[in-house]
Every structure is written in structure tokens, then in C-alpha cells.
Design a protein around this ligand. Structure first.
Ligand code: NBP
Length: 467
């Protein structure tokens, strides 16, 4: 058989789906999975189950896998992020030749990707850190892809990545060169951070509605929202989830309320701290998952608290809809601001409009608002500079206040909405109480402070102990 154009290492959920997607597009492809971990038949089973693809070859010997590839070799690693990636790279290096390209398609941390980039460049090998979103179905039918690294490296793999990716409304690939170093994985990490907050907002909407409505009624409300500018993939799947029955009951009602996570949300939050950016909504949604995981403590404390809930007020749906619209804009704003700050800090020169465009299809946060964002970022580098969006936020104030007030009355945790509103209040307030913080810092630590309207922007210190 002729040599393969492309290789995939790791036949987990994503590796299998991407390999089939690649094979379907007509590329000759070799796949490899490790053996000896109770997974010895992964490769043979995969090849047998997909024997209709004659352009698919399976390997359990890494050297034979590498030899099966035409040069320059293009190898996608699709395995668990972390040390496993370093270990696979170490095994690959002696088998590769100058100019070969390794692509890490997993959710690696962008700083790890930057280090691997430098290491492989020193060995004259290309390295591309490529964020991939869309889950199993996206990988199979067309994901959104965020490749970062040297542009020269991207050129070799652009035809295949752009062919297997989702397509936007103009039939352009939802795959574009993001920027150097770990920028592709950075952008994917922030995608996931936005996703965390989008999911939590929907969970909080559900919490607000579920005391007074059944799942079908909530699905009906959300279905209406989905016919408006609020339409999104996550809203769509939430409507499906709400209505899914298992025998007599709803599956949703049987699911234990402990949310898991794989770390990209907390990485986004930590990164915001490191860059001096604000991502209070992503952080709130990460904390909401953590709080949910303390189920035993929550059971014990709710019993100790034992406060019979006062009669609940019915949520005003229109206000909640406007509040949800408001909070989603702030969430996207915080996410894109984080990308913008990283771009400045690392000199990545990222294109926000292009990032929004490759998120309009194939990925989990695709939505009508993402479509709108493509145009917003062609003209501005923040949503707040878009007059129409700014007016909409202003007009939504009463609704978000009403929804927050109701969350207090009904004792519903509504933290992500609160974070959105608090951010908005602070950002639209000329004088914050940070003057007191500065005075306190100067009092105990002589950290100095600046004076209002001082054209020289000098720093002053007061001897606070002088009476
Ligand atoms: P899975 O858990 O389904 O598969 C993991 C793969 O990694 C398996 O092939 C496994 O081999 C292999 N592997 C492991 Br674990 N440790 C290894 C090691 N030390 N050396 C070699 N291979 C090793 O993961 P997945 O859901 O396919 O995700 C793969 C990557 O894609 C992850 O970084 C994930 O975060 C990312 N991602 C996942 C999704 C999603 O929706 N699932 C979406 C976007 C990105 P084995 O078969 O022998 O255990």
C-alpha cells in the first residue's frame, strides 16, 4: 500500500472520530494506539469496524507507524494532555526526520505547548498546538480547529485541517492559523472558559424556573428563546436534555447534581489572574462546579439550616430572557478581552474577528451571537465600543436587577449572573472605592498612591501616624 499522507496517535473518543473524518475526505491515513494497558485490541477493532475505508491502516508498533508515513510526516497526537504528550514526543523524536510535523490536538496547557515548540524547533521539527472543539460528533463531522505555532508549520497541514473542519456560513473552513507559540491552545482554553460560563448561565436559568415550571414548560420557554438572537448550540442541547425521558421520568431529574471538570475552566481563571484580566464569570462557573461537588456537606448543611422556603415567586420570563442576553454578552466580552490581553502580552497579533468566525460552527459555543461577533470585531476590539451592544446592555439593567432580586427572594444561587452585573456596574462607574484600598496599602505598607487629576501621575506617601 502507498504511504499515508497523515498519521494519528491515540484512538480515544476524539482520535477515532477525527481519523474517520480524515479517511472520509480521501486522505490515506495511519493510526496508532499504545498497547499493554488492557487496550491491546483498540487498533484491530477500529480497523475491523471500519473496513469499508481502504485508506485506513492500523499500527501498534510506533516505528512501523512512522515509517508508513510520507515525508514530511504529519502526525496528530490525540491523547490525554500532560506528561503523556511529553512521553510520546520523546518516543517519536528519534524516529522522525528534519521537517516532520507533530500536531498536538488535545487540550494541552498553552505554556507547555510553547516549551514543546522550542524543544522541537531545536531538533528541526515542526510543532503545532491545535485546539479542537466540537466533542465526538464535531470531530467526526467537522470540528472547529485552532492551530498555533510557526506559520511555516501550518502551511504543510492547512489542506488537511481545513478539509476536515466545519465550515462557516460562507463555506469557509472553521480552521485558521491562530498565531505563534501556544496561542492555538490558549484560544481553545478561553473557548472552554466561555463555554463553562455559558453552561452555568443556563443552569442558573433552569434553577430559577424549575420551582414553578416542569421540564416541558421550561423547554418551551427556552425553545422560544432559541428562535431569537439568543439561539445557540448549548441552548439547543439544553432543550433536548430537558425533554428526554427514561420510561416515565425525565433523565435530567435522575442525574446527580455534582458537576465534573477537566481543568480548562480553572486554567482560564488562573491565566486571567496571571495576565491581570477579569474573567469573573468563568471563575464563578468553575466555583459553581466545585461547590456542587461538595454534595455530602450540602446535604448535611441544608438539613441543619432547615429553613422552609417561603412561598416562591414565579420568575418573570421576559426579565430572565433579557438578563440572560445581558449576561451572555458580558461573558463573551470577558473571554475576548482575555484573548486580547494575552495577544498584547505575548505579541501574538491575534485576530479577534477571525477567532469568532472559526467559532461560528463545529464548536460548542457556536451561536447567533458568535456570528454577530465576527462583524463586531471587524470594526472594534471590544463589544463595549459597539453602540448597539452598549445600548442593549444599558436597556437590560432593569431586567438583570429584577432577576437578581428574584434569586434572593427565592434563594437560588445565581452567582454567574451576579458576576456579570457586578462587572458591568464597576466598569460603568467612574469612581470606585479603590482610593480606600490605596490608602490602606500606603498606611500599612508605604506602597504609595497617586492623586486624582495629577497630570504628572506621581506617587505619594503619607505618614498616617502623624496626628
Ligand atoms: P480519551 O480518554 O477517550 O482517549 C485518550 C487516549 O489517550 C487513548 O487513546 C489512550 O490510550 C491515550 N493515552 C493515555 Br490516556 N495515556 C497515554 C500515554 N501515556 N501514552 C500514549 N497514549 C496514551 O480522550 P479523548 O476524549 O479522545 O481526548 C483526547 C484529547 O482531546 C484530550 O486532551 C482531551 O482533553 C481533548 N479533547 C477532548 C474532547 C472531547 O469531547 N472528548 C474535545 C476536545 C478536546 P489507551 O486507549 O491505551 O488508554
Amino acid at each position: 500500500m502507498s504511504k499515508s499522507f497523515f498519521g494519528v496517535i491515540g484512538l480515544g473518543v476524539m482520535g477515532k472520530s477525527l481519523s474517520l473524518n480524515i479517511a472520509e475526505k480521501g486522505f490515506n491515513i495511519s493510526v496508532f494506539n499504545r498497547t499493554g494497558f488492557g487496550e491491546d485490541k483498540v487498533v484491530s477493532d477500529f480497523i475491523n469496524e471500519n473496513n469499508s475505508f481502504k485508506n485506513l491502516s492500523g499500527f501498534t508498533d510506533l516505528e512501523k507507524f512512522v515509517t508508513s508515513l510520507e515525508t514530511p510526516r504529519k502526525i496528530l497526537i490525540m491523547i490525554k494532555a500532560g506528561n503523556a504528550i511529553d512521553s510520546v514526543i520523546e518516543q517519536l523524536i528519534p524516529l522522525l526526520s528534519e521537517g516532520d510535523i507533530i500536531i498536538d490536538g488535545g487540550n494541552s496547557h498553552y505554556l507547555d505547548t510553547a516549551k514543546r515548540n522550542t524543544l522541537l524547533a531545536s531538533k528541526k521539527l515542526h510543532y503545532v498546538g491545535c485546539g479542537i472543539s466540537g466533542g465526538e460528533e464535531g470531530a467526526r463531522k467537522g470540528p472547529s480547529m485552532m492551530p498555533g505555532g510557526h506559520f511555516d508549520s501550518y502551511k504543510y497541514i492547512a489542506p488537511i485541517l481545513e478539509s476536515i473542519s466545519a465550515k462557516d456560513k460562507n463555506n469557509k473552513p472553521c480552521c485558521a492559523y491562530i498565531g505563534p507559540e501556544g496561542s492555538g491552545h490558549f484560544v481553545k482554553m478561553i473557548h472552554n472558559g466561555i463555554e463553562y460560563a455559558e453552561m452555568q448561565l443556563l443552569a442558573e436559568v433552569y434553577a430559577m424556573l424549575k420551582d414553578s415550571r416542569n421540564n416541558y414548560e421550561i423547554a418551551e420557554i427556552l425553545s422560544h428563546w432559541n428562535t431569537t438572537d439568543l439561539s445557540s448550540y448549548l441552548l439547543e442541547i439544553t432543550i433536548d436534555i430537558l425533554q428526554k425521558k427514561d420510561g416515565e421520568g425525565f433523565i435530567l431529574d435522575k442525574i446527580l447534581d455534582k458537576a465534573g471538570n477537566k481543568g480548562t475552566g480553572s486554567w482560564s481563571s488562573k491565566t486571567a489572574f496571571d495576565l491581570g484580566a477579569v474573567n469573573s464569570m468563568m471563575s464563578s462557573s468553575v466555583f459553581a462546579r466545585y461547590i456542587s461537588s461538595f454534595k455530602d456537606e450540602r446535604i448535611a448543611l441544608s438539613r441543619a439550616f432547615n429553613k422552609k422556603t417561603i412561598s416562591k415567586e414565579i420568575a418573570h420570563v421576559m426579565a430572565l430572557e433579557n438578563a440572560y442576553r445581558f449576561a451572555r454578552i458580558i461573558n463573551h466580552h470577558q473571554g475576548f478581552q482575555l484573548i486580547k490581553l494575552a495577544s498584547i502580552e505575548y505579541h501574538w497579533n491575534l485576530n479577534l474577528s477571525e477567532i469568532a468566525r472559526i467559532w461560528t460552527n463545529g464548536c460548542i459555543i457556536r451561536s447567533d451571537f458568535m456570528e454577530k461577533s465576527v462583524d463586531v470585531f471587524k470594526q472594534h476590539d471590544t463589544y463595549f465600543d459597539d453602540k448597539q451592544i452598549f445600548e442593549l446592555l444599558k436597556l437590560s439593567e432593569e431586567s438583570i436587577k429584577e432577576s437578581i432580586a428574584l434569586s434572593l427572594t427565592n434563594r437560588v444561587a445565581f452567582d454567574t449572573f451576579w458576576s456579570a452585573y457586578n462587572y458591568w456596574i464597576s466598569m460603568t462607574t467612574e469612581n470606585l472605592p479603590a482610593n480606600l484600598i490605596q490608602a490602606q496599602r500606603d498606611y500599612f505598607g508605604a506602597h504609595t498612591y497617586q492623586i486624582k487629576n495629577d497630570s504628572l501621575s506621581q506617587y505619594y506617601h503619607t505618614n498616617w501616624f502623624d496626628i
